[in-house]
Design a protein around this ligand. Structure first.
Ligand code: URP
Ligand code: ZN
Ligand code: ZN
Length: 468
């Protein structure tokens, strides 16, 4: 018997494709085989470690395709480092993140990417990869895109929001899309009309409307929909596929549905905060609403039905967290008296798998769809499948033993993210992560963290498998 064989016995294996009562054999960090409980094959297996999953789900480790660890924003940095953020992800059953390296204006993509490699190297508890944020589309950064695709950075985020920071005008966006159409990269779009929003911000502040809730009022759903529409048309002109990030407005979903009805290669992502939170939280009294400031903003509850529908109909393919935490004390507080100075972003990397399981319990989605939108689809969308996102022979042994029957209360008291509040404070969810394996190593063992910084490896990605 080899010392690196693990056997997961007795669980219900749930992938995006099927549910099977099977034992799972792991060797050298990879899944070797699955066999029905009690079958001759399964009974013959031996291993040095046996994990009992009786009564539990055995699911692929989550793939969170949108995180921002140590991200510079609004004069500060998001509060989770690669070490704390990936550890929190592991606690929540996520075993791969795709974070965003940032090009600074006037600098090369290479310089930005190298800075992000250095931040993450040796610090991650789980595997990680990078997208690249294009802040400065020039002839030279366009040429660099080709080299990055070859290197495994196969997706590029552009911003129609945040003029003067990450913003690109339509000409720059079109040029980047044309390049992606040629080199196989996938353009990810932050679709909000930032120029119009900045006018509304200025007018709101001049009229004394400074509270956090005005962040939601100026970042209008129509301006998300308009930008989504424009991004889709620019992508059509360029002949490029498009992935719209953090979709929150019903009107924006409608633009994506219309594009997909025309068989265009347009994809959409939403996030748990848009599915479970709303402008009700943003309007909490005093300065409490600052905890919920993110962009696109939280929307009125009525929008949630369209997001759930989009996830059921596959008009939205992926749920990521857009994890970008800022502490209330000292960070969110930068915007007291001026909502436009509140750093944009919410913590969430730890809770995505649980919240989406709650969506199964609530009847919004089925069990396999849970695994599709949280594991398989993000892996395929970003060139990680089937290494990540499924449980199949040859895949990395990133596996979660999930207890579907035990309830938990989400709270800053118990979470592991490096942030002093929870946007889900007091929320009861049914289901919890019991044990997590990353490439065959147990990193969470029934409520104990057994992982280590540096276990996580960088993964060079293929191009999107949604375009194959
Ligand atoms: O509010 C957000 N979403 N902050 C992170 C940056 C971004 O636009 O994704
Ligand atoms: Zn964004
Ligand atoms: Zn983001």
């Amino acid at each position: 018997m080899s010392s690196n064989r693990t056997l997961i016995r007795g669980g219900l294996v749930v992938t995006a494709a099927e549910e099977t009562h099977a034992d799972v054999l792991i060797e050298d960090g990879r899944i070797v085989a699955l066999a029905t409980h009690g079958s001759a094959a399964a009974d013959a297996w031996t291993a040095d470690r046996v994990v009992d999953a009786t009564g539990k789900y055995v699911v692929p480790g989550g793939v969170d395709a949108h995180t921002h660890m140590e991200m510079p924003f609004g004069g500060t940095f998001s509060a989770d480092t690669f070490e704390t953020g990936t550890r929190a992800a592991a606690w929540g059953g996520t075993t791969t993140i795709v974070d965003f390296a940032i090009q600074s204006v006037g600098r090369s993509l290479r310089a930005g990417l190298d800075a992000w490699y250095a931040k993450a190297d040796g610090n991650c508890a789980i595997d990680y990869a990078f997208h690249m944020i294009l802040s400065d589309v020039t002839d030279s950064s366009l040429r660099e895109m080709d080299r990055l695709v070859e290197e495994g950075i196969t997706s590029f985020k552009l911003f129609m929001a945040y003029p003067g920071v990450f913003y690109s005008d339509d000409g720059r966006i079109l040029r980047a899309m044309q390049r992606a159409a040629d080199n196989g990269g996938l353009i990810m779009m932050h679709a909000e009309n930032g120029i119009a929003i900045d006018v509304l911000v200025e007018q709101a502040l001049a009229a004394g409307r400074t509270d956090p809730r005005y962040h939601g009022e100026v970042r209008k759903a129509l301006l998300e929909a308009e930008a989504t529409h424009r991004a889709i048309q620019l992508a059509r002109v360029a002949g490029a596929p498009l992935y719209v990030v953090h979709v929150s407005a019903e009107e924006a979903v409608a633009e994506i549905v219309a594009a997909r009805d025309k068989d265009l290669p347009v994809f959409g992502e939403t996030c748990p905060q848009y599915l479970f939170l709303s402008t009700d939280e943003l309007a909490e009294p005093g300065f409490e609403g600052a905890k919920y400031v993110c962009s696109t903003p939280l929307r009125p509850k009525a929008n949630q039905a369209a997001l759930w529908r989009g996830l059921r109909t596959d008009d939205l393919q992926v749920v990521s967290t857009d994890h970008c935490p800022f502490c209330f004390a000292g960070q969110k507080e930068l915007g007291r008296g001026d909502f436009s100075k509140i750093p944009n972003g919410l913590p969430g990397v730890e809770h995505r798998m649980d919240l989406l399981h709650q969506a199964v319990v609530d009847g919004h989605i089925g069990r396999r769809r849970w695994i599709e939108i949280a594991c398989a689809a993000p892996a395929r969308m970003f060139g990680l499948y089937p290494q990540k996102g499924t449980i199949a022979p040859g895949s990395d042994a990133d596996v979660v033993i999930y207890d579907p029957g035990t309830a938990q209360i989400l709270s800053a008291e118990t979470h592991h993210m490096n942030v002093d509040y929870s946007v889900y404070e007091g929320k009861r969810v049914t289901g919890r992560v019991e044990t997590v394996l990353s490439r065959g190593e147990v990193v969470i063992d029934r409520g104990t963290y057994t992982g280590r910084a540096g276990h996580g490896r960088y993964i060079a990605r293929a191009t999107s498998q949604y375009l194959d």
